[in-house]
Design a binder for this molecule. Structure first.
Ligand code: ATP
Length: 238
C-alpha cells in the first residue's frame, strides 16, 4: 500500500531524507519516531506529492507518486497536527464539502453515520468547527477518511496536544481503520501511543531509518531505551 524505494530528499546542503526503504501493508499501522529534524514530515510530504524527491521513489497503492500524484490522492487521507477545516462551517458541512472534493456526494444520513463512526458526539454534528476541541477536529478528519474510503492514511503528529483520553480514543479509531484494511503511516513523538497503536515502529535519525520493531515484541521501556540509544542520549549527571 505504501512503499518507498531509496527515497531521498536533499535541500542544498541538507539531507532531509536519506535512502528510505519502507513498506506499510494493508491493515498495518506504522509509527515513525525520531527527534526534531529526523525526516518524518519530509517522508510524509513526499508520499503526499507535496515535494519532489531528489532520488528514489514513493508508491501509494502501486502508483508512483511523482508520476501519478492526482490518482494517488484518491486513495489517501491526510491528518496533520492541525487539521485545516472550515471553522465557520459545521462538522456536517465540512464533511459534505471535503467528501464532495473527493468526488463523493453523501446523503445527510451517510454524513451522520460517518461522524458517528468516527466517535464524534451527536450534539456536535451541527455545531461550528470553531467551537471544537482538537480531539473533536481530529475525529472529523477520521470521518473524512472514512467517507472517502481511504486505503492509505498519513498522519503527522496527530495526537500532539491531545489529552490522554482523546489520544486513546484516536488510537482506537486508527485500530478500527486498520481492521478495515487501511495502511497507516504516523509520524509521532509519542512513544506511548506508538507502542499502543502500532503494528511496527521505526526510529529515524538524520534522515535515515535506524531501527525497526514489531510493536508487540517490544516493551515500552525497551522502546524508550532503544530510542534514547539511537539518539545517543547521554544521561545528565547532577
Ligand atoms: N524546505 C526546506 N528547506 C530546507 N531544509 C528543510 C526544508 N524542510 C525540511 N528541511 C530540513 O530537513 C530535515 C528534516 O526535516 P523534517 O521536517 O522532515 O523533520 P521531522 O522529523 O518531521 O521533525 P519534527 O519532529 O520537528 O517535525 C531538517 O533538518 C529540516 O531542517
Amino acid at each position: 500500500m505504501i512503499t518507498t524505494n531509496n527515497l531521498t530528499k536533499i535541500y542544498k546542503d541538507q539531507t532531509a531524507l536519506d535512502h528510505l526503504n519502507l513498506q506499510v501493508n494493508a491493515g498495518e499501522i506504522y509509527c515513525l519516531l525520531g527527534a526534531n529534524g529526523a525526516g518524518k514530515t519530509t517522508t510524509i510530504n513526499l508520499l503526499l506529492g507535496f515535494i519532489e524527491p531528489t532520488s528514489g521513489s514513493a508508491f501509494i497503492n502501486d502508483l508512483d507518486v511523482s508520476q501519478k500524484a492526482k490518482e494517488t490522492k484518491k486513495f489517501l487521507a491526510y491528518i496533520p497536527e492541525n487539521l485545516m477545516l472550515y471553522p465557520s462551517l459545521t462538522a456536517v458541512e465540512n464533511l459534505d464539502y471535503f467528501s464532495g472534493i473527493a468526488g463523493k456526494k453523501l446523503s445527510k444520513k451517510n454524513i451522520f453515520n460517518f461522524l458517528k463512526e468516527a466517535g464524534l458526539q451527536e450534539d456536535a454534528f451541527e455545531k461550528r468547527i470553531a467551537t471544537f476541541s482538537k480531539g473533536m477536529r481530529q475525529k472529523v478528519g477520521i470521518a473524512i477518511a472514512l467517507a472517502k474510503d481511504a486505503k492509505v492514511l498519513l498522519l503527522d503528529e496527530p495526537t500532539s496536544g491531545l489529552d490522554p483520553k482523546a489520544s486513546n480514543e484516536f488510537g482506537q479509531l486508527l485500530h478500527k481503520l486498520s481492521q478495515k484494511g487501511v495502511a497507516t503511516l504516523m509520524a509521532t513523538h509519542d512513544l506511548f501511543r506508538a507502542k499502543e497503536v502500532a503494528t511496527r515502529i521505526g526510529i529515524m535519525k538524520d534522515g535515515q531509518l535506524k531501527e525497526e520493531f514489531i510493536a508487540k515484541d517490544i516493551s515500552l521501556l525497551n522502546l524508550e531505551q532503544n530510542y534514547l540509544n539511537t539518539m545517543e542520549y547521554k544521561e545528565v549527571t547532577l
